[in-house]
Design a protein around this ligand. Structure first.
Ligand code: AKB
Length: 312
């Protein structure tokens, strides 16, 4: 990837922070421009350029693209499902106008490649729940999910209309220990490890048998970078690729943690996020990603549990 300068908007978020550091290690700090609404501390700030910008500020982003001669954009800024239900208009504005701003800038400024994350939330209650196909019924009923579904249509439209090389993944719930998620429905699968280590116990807001597709952060980062580095003729999906690694429910995470911490206690106080989770798939058929650009996950539940407990 020599000669590329990559702008990552939303660089301080759960995925953005690790993606930024991964790309900086791989391609050199000065070639990866981190941007977010508020400056971070620590290695994200020290390891390369940082720009304070709101994804809704199109003119400001245009200035950053010109200043650094940006050739690729990753737009990772989003409000997730649970917070989106509390602030629906704000979520729509951030998720949709933010996306359209960057698509339009990518077109205007001849950006070589753009990345935008979709989610399993783009599916809805009428979608087949087991091995959800790449192409299927999509009637999401959260504002976050509606914005992801509409966003996928926008991405495909920009590709068809203008030949923009925009690529996307439908992330499952992402589990990580470096940066915590905020405002998602799958967040329990991160919190549970932190509470297991700190208190030996966790009270879960989803039901014990709520199966959801999940992925460990190293797999999510590798998938993102592999998709972006695949040659364009291998990319047959311009809306967003289904992507999978494992599926589990809270009781299964509890059992996995007990293999390393036999006294771990798990109980349940179910809240409004259960209703959101019930509308999402339990497992995902990602054969298109595996076939097109060679996607292969590395972590299953027990391998992830061991690594999480070693690090949190
Ligand atoms: C959320 O729970 O909102 C996100 C997602 C599945 O996109 N983690």
């Amino acid at each position: 990837m020599p000669g590329e300068t990559i702008l990552i908007i939303g660089a301080c978020g759960q995925i953005g922070a690790e993606l930024t550091m991964f790309l900086r290690h791989q391609y050199g700090g000065s070639n990866i421009i981190a941007a977010d609404i508020k400056a971070p501390g620590g290695e994200l700030l020290e390891s390369g350029p940082f720009e304070e910008i709101n994804v809704l500020d199109q003119a400001g982003i245009a200035g950053i693209i010109d200043k650094y001669k940006v050739t690729q954009i990753y737009n990772m800024a989003a409000m997730l499902s649970a917070t989106g239900e509390r602030f629906p208009h704000k979520a729509w504005e951030l998720n949709m106008e933010g996306l359209i701003n960057t698509l339009e800038l990518a077109r205007e400024k001849n950006i070589r490649k753009m990345y935008w994350p979709s989610s399993i939330a783009a599916f809805g209650p009428t979608t087949p729940k087991v091995d959800t196909p790449q192409i299927t019924i999509m009637e999401p009923n959260t504002i976050y999910g509606i914005s992801k579904q509409a966003g996928e249509r926008w991405c495909e439209w920009y590709h068809q209309k203008f030949g923009l090389d925009v690529r996307s993944l439908r992330y499952p719930g992402i589990i990580s220990y470096k940066t915590q998620p905020g405002g998602g429905t799958t967040d329990y699968a991160v919190d549970i490890y932190f509470k297991a280590k700190a208190q030996g116990a966790y009270t879960c807001f989803l039901a014990h048998d709520m199966m959801l597709p999940m992925m460990y952060m190293p797999d999510a980062i590798r998938a993102t970078v592999e998709l972006m580095e695949a040659s364009a003729d291998k990319i047959s999906v311009r809306s967003s690729y289904n992507l999978a690694a494992m599926s589990f429910n809270p009781a299964m995470v509890g059992e996995s943690i007990r293999k390393y911490m036999p006294d771990f206690k798990l109980d349940y106080e179910i809240d409004f996020r259960q209703k959101i989770a019930e509308t999402w798939p339990g497992s995902i058929d990602d054969h298109q990603a595996r076939q097109d650009w060679g996607w292969k996950h590395a972590y299953d539940l027990d391998a992830m549990t061991k690594d999480m407990l070693d690090h949190v």
